[in-house]
Design a binder for this molecule. Structure first.
Ligand SMILES: Cc1ncc(COP(=O)(O)O)c(C=O)c1O
Length: 443
């Protein structure tokens, strides 16, 4: 690559979730961004097919978001949220409850998806304890789940590489099976028909451990990081029913499904299945300033205020972050919510979802394609693995796409797509025609 910063030293930055040696031998560097596009340091336009890392839902460098951040940094660079506050953290919380259609009642701020997940898990454990039900300490996740990189998140997560290097993790965790079923569901449009019965595995796990030991179940309503796994019809409803039957809290990790990705505020609105807690981040602040938020129903908060075993006075929840409710993040998030509303982005996502689905599924029959999956403005193309190097084909598509001016993600043998919600039909056409061409050109 011809770097315009000729003296740029790449050696000191230990890059996250990156093959550092490969990257540094052949870097991909971004200089600026606007709307649907990045510009690379070598001056190329790159169509953003992934909203950065599933976070820039309103498109890049939205003037109202940039202006809001600029304005606040001049006035209030930082304010603690422990035992004091600043007005916009409270206003944003009220606005988030409104955005969530009042399905939730209280908001706890974090700085990332990983922190939101660990916060939700800790809340669930403490919730049972403050109600006098302290034996409920088990957490149930799912194979192929991704819940960030904190110890809580990797414990309930189900990605082997993210777990195996890091010791015994949290104790008292069990996993349900994942719902990916190529044999029965390949090339489903939207939610697949088969697999609702996999939720009954939770019933088996409850029988094994006894409900009185289980605090919470956590799932991504649509799993993203392990290749876009759309829940089978009826699956989430069954999970909810089993949790209800046994007094188990249900947590949705909405870090990628939140803030319009499915054309609704959250996946809970899309599926009409209500968890007790949702973990969110990413699209909350359009990626412009790191921020996460955990939204909970009243009964969770209330247990900490007046549960039989709640602290008698003083702090109710011994948890929080120095940057919880950071003024810059609050400003970015409020401007992001304004942008979602003013630019009608959720409507746009909803209206474009059928076009997106149609364009994606035209790749059926293209070389190497063994499955196509979609929901809202999420898409996935699963490829046949190369015999000796699983994952290499998808990695090649990713590299070629970047070189040709298109940003996609890959995970295992799946290409994942999640464009900004401002995308237009012509750009959808461009994404899938470029990918079709690349698939026809590789071995
Ligand atoms: C479902 C889900 N949960 C949690 C996270 C972690 O978020 P972060 O990288 O902001 O910590 C991610 C990130 O992609 C995610 O997809």
């Amino acid at each position: 690559m011809n770097l315009s910063d000729a003296n740029l030293d790449l050696s000191a930055f230990w890059m996250p979730f990156t093959a550092n040696k490969d990257f540094k031998a052949s870097p991909r560097l971004l200089r600026s961004a606007s709307g649907m596009y990045y510009q690379s340091v070598d001056g190329r336009q790159i169509l953003d097919g992934t909203a950065g890392l599933w976070c820039v839902n309103a498109g890049h460098c939205v003037p109202r978001i940039v202006a809001a951040i600029r304005q606040v940094v001049d006035e209030l660079d930082y304010a603690p949220s422990f035992q004091m506050g600043h007005p916009s953290a409270f206003t944003l919380a009220s606005r988030l409850i409104e955005f969530a259609n009042h399905r939730f009642d209280k908001v706890f701020y974090t700085n990332s998806g990983s922190e939101s997940v660990d916060t939700a898990l800790k809340m669930a454990l403490a919730y049972h304890r403050v109600r006098g039900d302290a034996a409920r300490t088990r957490l149930i996740g799912r194979e192929r789940g991704y819940h960030g990189v904190g110890f809580g998140g990797i414990s309930v997560g189900g990605i082997v590489s993210n777990r195996k290097y890091f010791g015994p993790l949290l104790s008292g965790v069990d996993h349900m099976p994942h719902t990916h079923d190529l044999k029965r569901n390949a090339f489903s449009r939207g939610q697949p028909e088969h697999g609702a019965e996999l939720a009954d595995e939770l019933e088996r796990i409850v029988t094994l451990h006894d409900a009185s030991t289980i605090a919470a179940v956590i799932v991504e309503p649509v799993a993203g990081s392990t290749g876009v796994l759309v829940p089978p019809k009826g699956y989430l409803e069954r999970l909810r029913a089993i949790c209800d039957r046994h007094g188990i809290l249900l947590i949705f990790d909405e870090v990628i499904t939140g803030y319009g990705r499915l054309g609704t505020p959250f996946a809970t609105d899309f599926f009409n299945v209500e968890p007790d807690i949702i973990a969110t981040a990413k699209g909350l602040s359009n990626g412009a300033v790191p921020m996460g938020a955990v939204l909970v129903k009243e009964h969770i908060y209330e247990a900490f205020m007046s549960g039989s075993h709640a602290p008698a006075g003083g702090i109710e929840l011994f948890h929080g972050y120095t940057y919880s409710g950071h003024p810059l993040a609050c400003a970015a998030a409020m401007a992001t919510l304004d942008e979602y509303r003013e630019a009608k982005l959720l409507e746009n996502a909803r209206n474009l979802a059928p076009y997106w689905e149609e364009a994606l599924h035209r790749l059926e029959g293209a070389p190497w394609v063994v499955d196509l999956r979609n929901l809202g403005l999420i898409g996935a193309i699963e490829l046949e693995p190369r015999a000796k190097t699983p994952g290499a084909r998808a990695a090649e598509v990713f590299r070629r796409a970047f070189d040709a001016g298109l940003m996609v993600r890959y995970t295992g043998e799946t290409i994942a797509l999640s464009p900004p919600l401002i995308i237009e039909k012509s750009q959808i056409d461009q994404i899938f025609s470029m990918l079709g061409e690349i698939l026809r050109s590789i071995s």
